[in-house]
Design a protein around this ligand. Structure first.
Ligand code: SF4
Ligand code: MG
Length: 269
């Protein structure tokens, strides 16, 4: 990371971070910062909100208006912030457990309202901070501390969930594809509405170890080789796409935005 970026956007008194060696979360955090930098926003115009979990530690390191809230509730707090000051660029950083389990209802309703918030989910397919319990995105059959013989749940496709609930921008990238995360976060922030960016991360400490995925380098290699861009997938034979995770932009469709609709009511009465 260049020292200019660190000095400008990170709280150096809070560094070094406490993520495990090889964790993908730092890459995603940096990509979000790069997106904000390229958009040229003033730091005071940005508010970053998180819930609880490994990913939710990110706003502690990032030097913007930040809120580290309660488990699953980042979107509820973020909705309040956005309603109180619609001029703020509000970004939610969440994990798969935080966002799709305890915060699942907040997610679907924020998406349904199309409130102008960009949610970036650091999806490591497990509860990292609390000790490796399986989450709503742990693939069926994979193991966690609460599924020692294999998870029998069917896992969520977060992007399909966000789209079905009403998000007006939906995309997925991975910690291997840092530049793609940056582009998607930029597009998400620029979309006037609810934007959902899933950034698949690596957790070598819990998900990797429990599921014999190898070390951090091997897990990153899997993100490279186990993914295919949704545009390329359209032209590839079925067998080349089967079993791979699709990445890229899935959906973009502007709709009336919630705080603007609310302002119309204020103006009318
Ligand atoms: Fe990252 Fe997993 Fe360690 Fe959490 S437990 S910091 S997600 S490697
Ligand atoms: Mg997680």
């Amino acid at each position: 990371m260049s020292s200019k970026i660190i000095e400008k956007y990170f709280r150096d008194d809070k560094l070094p971070h406490i993520w495990c060696p090889g964790c993908g979360h730092g890459i995603i955090m940096k990509s979000i910062t790069d997106a904000i930098d390229e958009l040229g926003y003033n730091k005071d115009d940005v508010c970053i909100v998180s819930g609880i979990g490994c990913s939710s530690r990110a706003p502690g390191y990032m030097d913007f208006n930040t809120l580290h809230t309660t488990h699953g509730r980042a979107l509820a707090f973020a909705t309040g912030v956005k309603m109180a000051n619609p001029n703020l660029k509000v970004i939610v950083i969440s994990g798969d457990g935080d966002c799709a389990a305890i915060g699942g209802n907040h997610l679907i309703h924020a998406a349904r309202r199309n409130i102008d918030i960009t949610t970036v989910v650091f999806n490591n397919n497990i509860y990292g901070m609390t000790g490796g319990q399986y989450s709503p995105t742990t693939p069926t059959g994979d193991r966690g501390t609460t599924a020692p013989y294999g998870n029998i749940d069917r896992n969520f496709d977060l992007c399909n969930l966000a789209k079905a609930a009403g998000s007006t921008y939906v995309a997925r990238s991975t910690a291997y594809h840092a530049n793609m995360i940056k582009k998607q976060v930029k597009a998400g922030i620029e979309n006037k509405g609810f934007s959902f960016v899933e950034a698949v991360s690596v957790c070598p400490t819990y998900y990797g170890r429990k599921n014999k995925k190898g070390n951090a380098v091997e897990m990153m290699k899997y993100l490279k080789e186990g993914t295919v861009n949704v545009k390329a997938a359209e032209k590839l034979p079925k067998e080349k796409v089967e079993g791979k995770t699709l990445i890229g932009e899935f959906y973009k469709n502007p709709e009336p935005e919630y705080t603007e609709e609310y302002q119309k009511i204020i103006d009318r009465y």
